[in-house]
Design a protein around this ligand. Structure first.
Ligand code: 5GP
Length: 123
C-alpha cells in the first residue's frame, strides 16, 4: 500500500519545500537534501507509485515515457552527459529504499567510484 505520508508525497503536495529544478504534469525533479555528489538530484513521478516495480506495472505508458525523457533532459541541462553520470533506484528491503515513493537518483559531477562499496560477494 502507498503511504500518503511519505516525505515525497508531502513534497508533491507542497506541504514541505524542496529545491526544485524541473516540474511538469508527470514529473518533479529536485535536489537531494543530503547530496552524495556535486550533482545529486531526485526525479519522482507525480501520482502514487511506491517503487520502480509499481511505476512500471501501473503507470500509463505516456507517464513512463515522459518521466524517463525528463530525466534524460536534466542530464543534458546539468551538463553531465559527456563526463558521465549514474542513475540509481532502490527497491524494497535489500535495495535499502528509505522513501516509499518511486524515485531515481541522478548522480554526477565527479568520478563516482564503484557501484557498491564493501566486501565482494562470494558464492
Ligand atoms: P532512497 O534511500 O529511498 O533511495 O533515497 C531517499 C533519498 O531521499 C535520500 O538520498 C535522502 O537524502 C533523500 N531525502 C530524504 N528526505 C528528504 C527531504 O525531505 N528532501 C529532499 N530533498 N531529499 C530527501
Amino acid at each position: 500500500m502507498y503511504d500518503e505520508n511519505n516525505i515525497f508525497a508531502k513534497i508533491l503536495r507542497s506541504e514541505i519545500p524542496c529545491n526544485k529544478i524541473y516540474e511538469d504534469n508527470y514529473t518533479l525533479i529536485f535536489h537531494d537534501i543530503k547530496p552524495s555528489a556535486p550533482v545529486h538530484l531526485l526525479a519522482i513521478p507525480k501520482g502514487k507509485f511506491k517503487s520502480f516495480n509499481d511505476f512500471i506495472l501501473n503507470a500509463p505508458q505516456e507517464h513512463i515515457t515522459s518521466y524517463f525523457k525528463s530525466i534524460q533532459n536534466i542530464t543534458n541541462n546539468q551538463k553531465i552527459v559527456d563526463s558521465g553520470y549514474r542513475l540509481i533506484t532502490n527497491h524494497g528491503n535489500h535495495g535499502m529504499q528509505t522513501v516509499e515513493h518511486f524515485h531515481v537518483h541522478i548522480l554526477g559531477g565527479k568520478l563516482l567510484g564503484p557501484i557498491i562499496s564493501g566486501d565482494k560477494f562470494h558464492t
